[in-house]
Ligand binder design. Structure first.
Ligand SMILES: [Zn+2]
Length: 1008
């Protein structure tokens, strides 16, 4: 149910954080192979070590390992350690910080503090470390009430080096002695020549311009202006672009000295670590400080009901879609416990089901395209909200009335026991798989961080048996009274209605231009000359070289030549049975992973499009089961279900395929397959209720076309389409033709009728015997049962298999190498992509190192630091993709030409690569060999087994990278040149920008 799942993903993304952004090129999925085990120690609470006293020690052996909470005797700094045998270790440091204006000072400080320190000087050691260290993840984020920094590594010493870096930055940041870091990360005037117009740039400034030009981000930031007026919660911690220009360097440093103190900090360590060494390290930094008092922020005293608050969202004058957002939000009482908050979350989940009366009433109203109920958190304040996407904001009163009535009805309703049981079953399966995802260490560090920020460390981290207590709340029927008290009868609420205002974007831009022109006009000739000199001085400072060699030598101590890059061996098997290809991997587990793919090359293009729409509706009621039954079975029997159309490599050939995958408990396999096949064959598209819902989801999908996440995928598909079938297929299915198709489908009754009929017929001719590949990762028993059961479900007789026109997708896009998409955007996006045929592992390895080097030598300094793009990088992935991207950039047209000269610059820089090569090797190897969990790793292996390559290539590439010489890299320059010459490029920019460079593009698209 990709569309419905997406709503949940948006709810999760509701947490507002502003990051330092680090590209993490080619990051593979990260996970420990086995469940971490408890490391036994003889620690008891009250134990002393290196100036710390042990405060709390988790009593029992727990899944996550052993939690130790230490307090620094002298300063009161807290240390949270979660010790287990996970080889991917993580460190985090957090300061409690709160905005008291919209200058974004917390956020600017976050960016500039982690750039360099006294012990580790350099222009931007953070980026050097992220691209040249043996590090799996590194980043920093600003939440509403805290700023935090984290790093993760497969090597404990390397992690400690990273921690030492962050500690030194925190207490001896280089920004204290050099305002250039501020000019770069916050904002600065730019004047290259006295006759130029005065402009302004800066990384945070541009980042926030881009971020707040997203309607959801705007709504969820600005609502707190009105819910918590006259308090610190009313400010936007990331900064408001216009107000960012008010902050000075001296103000920032004053704030830095006030907040970055051990008494105001917590540190976190996770994984297979020696706690004693870490405490010693922390004491060496904290010991130089005297204890200071830092008070918790003042609790907000709610002031009652604020009614309906209207706001305008700036969009360009020619914007046609003026649907907005409706956000009904309650400030939850401060005494709500962590368990109670989670109970409200489960209730929200229950009511989000499309059959719930509130969703039925909202859907029937036609006010918006999609709705969601969710709890929410801002710092230590909690909220409950109902959100309407693509809403007719003139109907705000009506929306409020529906929600009020439905909430009153929920309080009097009876919750369905079976659904609740299924929700708890769903949790059990999710828990079993919890160690099969990316970066558990980083997630844990982040969870503790959020707990500290919400001042609920006892609840979030130390709560034992959360599920048991939640179960009790539901069993004892306490959740509805809780909901009534905390939400329904809670007067502290408002309804926020945000409506796009055409022309306001231009008006704001004109106002800024006027302000800058007035500023320039008021400057004397002498002042102007000084500004030109300053601009020049900044650019010189920014392009200085080589201060980092010594610094990096201190931080990067792993020798790449000594790394063990032996590929793990999986117990895999490939067979053919009755025409079906079967590949399996043996792992000992209660849960198995299943992936079935069907070659759909016999379909025509139109059929593929309808099939793509149809599988987006899986999860709706079927002709054999009601909506409740389908939803409950989904929760009970499968996890991470997905059905998608993708190009898969089979025996060395790209094959368009329907790919269905899910996890299930072995005991539930038959039930899981019954559920999956019933959805595939019998989803009831023409049922009137489903049809109405499908129409609404089509509207919702149309609305997502300007979301940054969608925009980034679009860019990738569009840029890749001329060079790869796989990307061309994605571009066909999810690009502008999909957008136009959906628009047409909902524009008339006949069109919609045809849309439903097309979908209903789409599964015919897809599931067959001769086009099926079965992949199973699981225990021996589950694999055998699954294969037998699957074979029994496939049609017995097959007609001859004729190729359709689906294979022709991509032929047209071959002629469109550069394309632009006009959008109302405050900061542009640009992506160039080349999908190479990189069967030569050594050449690919050399390209990866060469491009990492270029990213650091040119892209980051030139595009990020001079231009002020939030993100700018290039690289190659283990799949053989070469890419270059600018992201939230004030300008994208100019850099496009510069990007194409990358191979020339690479050639010029090549002799220098040797000095930096070890670092780039380490970083790339680290990304390639990080464990990602046993199901993930084995299923990737199976993909390559069916593809005909035998095994997944990551370790081969890692070994090749380890053994590269600088000559190998120089020898790869022609391959890089070819890639850049053949790149496809896609750009998203405003109509004016595109008009000014229209000759550059083979095709210009407009979203209208
Ligand atoms: Zn940021």
């Amino acid at each position: 149910m990709k569309k419905f799942t997406r709503l949940t993903a948006i709810v999760l993304a509701f947490m507002l954080a502003f990051g330092s952004f680090c590209s993490g090129n080619a990051r593979t999925e990260v996970r420990a192979d086995e469940k971490p085990m408890l490391i036994s120690t003889r620690l008891v609470p009250g134990a002393k070590a290196h100036g710390f006293t042990l405060d709390i020690l988790s009593a029992e052996e727990e899944e996550g390992g052993m939690l130790q909470v230490w307090e620094h005797d002298k300063t009161g700094a807290k240390v949270y350690m979660l010790v287990n045998d996970d080889p991917e270790r993580a460190f985090g440091i957090l300061f409690k910080t709160e905005p008291s204006d919209d200058t974004g000072r917390l956020h600017i400080l976050e960016h500039s503090v982690c750039a360099a320190s006294e012990k580790y000087p350099g222009l931007d050691v953070f980026f050097d470390l992220s691209s040249q260290g043996f590090i799996t993840d590194i980043n920093a984020t600003t939440w509403h009430s805290s700023t935090n920094y984290y790093v993760a590594s497969l090597d404990e010493q390397e992690l400690m080096n990273g921690a030492d870096y962050y500690l030194d930055c925190s207490f001896h940041g280089a920004v204290r002695n050099d305002p250039n870091y501020f000019y770069r990360e916050a904002w600065r005037y730019v004047l290259e020549d006295v006759n130029d117009p005065l402009t302004v740039t800066g990384v945070v400034y541009n980042e926030m311009k881009g971020s707040l030009s997203d309607l959801d981000s705007f709504t969820l930031n600005y609502v707190f202006r009105h819910l918590y007026p006259d308090s610190n919660y009313a400010y936007i911690s990331g900064g408001v672009p216009d107000t960012i220009l008010d902050i000075t360097y001296d103000q920032l440093i004053k704030f830095y000295n006030e907040c970055y103190h051990p008494s105001n900090c917590s540190v976190l360590v996770y994984g297979d670590i020696n706690y004693d060494k870490w405490l010693e390290k922390f004491d060496s930094y904290f010991g130089e400080f005297e204890r200071e008092e830092f008070h918790a922020p003042e609790k907000y005293v709610p002031k009652g009901n604020y009614g309906i608050v209207e706001d305008k969202f700036p969009v360009a004058a020619n914007t046609e879609d003026l649907s907005g957002r409706l956000l009904y939000i309650w400030d939850l009482p401060d005494d709500l416990s962590y368990v109670e908050y989670n109970a409200l979350s489960l209730l929200a989940n229950y009511e989000n089901e499309i059959t719930s009366p509130i969703m039925q009433a909202l859907n029937a109203s036609g006010i918006g395209s999609a709705y969601v109920l969710s709890p929410y958190t801002l710092g230590d304040q909690r909220q409950f909200l109902v959100y309407a996407y693509d809403a007719d904001t003139s109907r705000a009163e009506e929306f409020k009335k529906i929600v009020d009535e439905q909430f009153a009805a929920i309080v009097k309703s009876e919750l369905d026991k079976e659904t609740l049981d299924c929700m708890f079953e769903e949790e059990a399966l999710a828990e079993e798989l919890a160690l099969n995802t990316n970066g558990i260490g980083v997630s844990t560090v982040s969870a503790i961080t959020r707990a500290i920020e919400a001042q609920d460390i006892e609840g979030m981290i130390l709560e034992e048996d959360l599920m048991g207590k939640l179960g009790a709340i539901f069993d004892e029927n306490k959740v509805l009274p809780l909901f009534e008290k905390a939400v329904v009868k809670n007067k502290n609420n408002l309804l926020y209605a945000v409506t796009p205002e055409p022309g306001l974007a231009e008006k704001n831009e004109a106002a800024l231009a006027e302000k800058l022109a007035a500023k320039k006009a008021a400057m004397s000739e002498k002042e102007l000359k000084k500004l030109v000199e300053q601009t020049k001085a900044y650019n010189e400072w920014n392009s200085a070289e080589g201060t980092n060699d010594e610094t990096l030598a201190k931080l990067v101590t792993v020798d790449p030549g000594k790394l063990d890059v032996t590929a793990p061996v999986y117990d895999t098997k490939r067979t053919e049975k009755n025409g079906v290809t079967i590949v399996t991997a043996n792992i000992d587990s209660d849960v198995s992973f299943y992936r079935y793919s069907f070659d759909i090359s016999n379909l025509n293009k139109k059929q593929v499009r309808y099939l793509n729409e149809y599988i987006g509706c899986l999860g709706l009621s079927t002709t054999t089961r009601t909506q409740e039954q389908v939803s409950n079975d989904a929760r009970k029997y499968v996890n991470n279900f997905s059905a998608r159309i993708a190009s898969q490599e089979v025996n060395g050939k790209e094959v368009p395929s329907l790919v269905v995958s899910f996890y299930a408990f072995n005991d539930n396999l038959e039930k899981a397959l019954d559920h999956v096949f019933d959805m595939l064959y019998n989803t009831d598209i023409t049922d009137p209720y489903n049809a109405a819902y499908i129409g609404q989801m089509a509207m919702y999908s149309l609305g997502t076309y300007s979301d940054p996440g969608t925009v980034n995928s679009l860019l990738q598909y569009a840029a890749g389409a001329p060079t790869s079938y796989s990307m061309a297929l994605s571009w066909y299915l999810n690009g502008i033709t999909e957008y136009n198709f959906l628009k047409e489908a909902i524009s008339s009754d006949e069109g919609f009728e045809q849309y439903l009929v097309g979908m209903s017929n789409s599964m015919k001719n897809v599931v067959k015997r001769q086009n099926c590949i079965i992949r199973v990762v699981g225990s021996e028993e589950s694999r055998k049962a699954s294969v037998d059961s699957m074979l029994a479900r496939l049609p017995k007789k097959n007609k001859t298999y004729k190729a359709g026109t689906v294979a022709k997708i991509g032929e047209k896009s071959k002629n469109i190498k550069t394309m632009a998409l006009e959008m109302n955007t405050q900061a542009g996006f640009l992506m160039s992509l080349y999908s190479g045929d990189n069967s030569d592992v050594k050449e690919l390895a050399a390209e990866m190192v060469a491009l990492s080097f270029m990213s650091n030598a040119v892209y980051i300094p030139q595009f990020r630091y001079v231009l002020g793009a939030y993100g700018a990088y290039c690289g190659a992935t283990s799949d053989g993709l070469v890419y270059a991207q600018l992201y939230r950039s004030p300008e994208v047209i100019g850099p496009f030409a510069d990007i194409l000269t990358t191979p020339d610059m690479l050639e010029a820089y090549a002799p220098m690569i040797e000095d930096y090569m070890d670092g780039f090797k380490l970083q790339l190897i680290s990304q390639l060999i990080t464990p990602t969990g046993k199901w993930n790793m084995a299923s990737t292996e199976l993909y390559y087994l069916a593809a005909g390559d035998g095994h997944s290539p990551e370790y081969d590439i890692a070994a090749a990278i380890r053994d590269l010489t600088v000559e190998d890299i120089i020898a790869a320059v022609p391959a890089v040149r070819e890639a850049y010459e053949n790149m496809g490029t896609a750009m998203i920019a405003t109509a004016d920008e595109i008009e000014s460079a229209k000759d550059m593009f083979d095709k210009i698209y407009k979203l209208k």
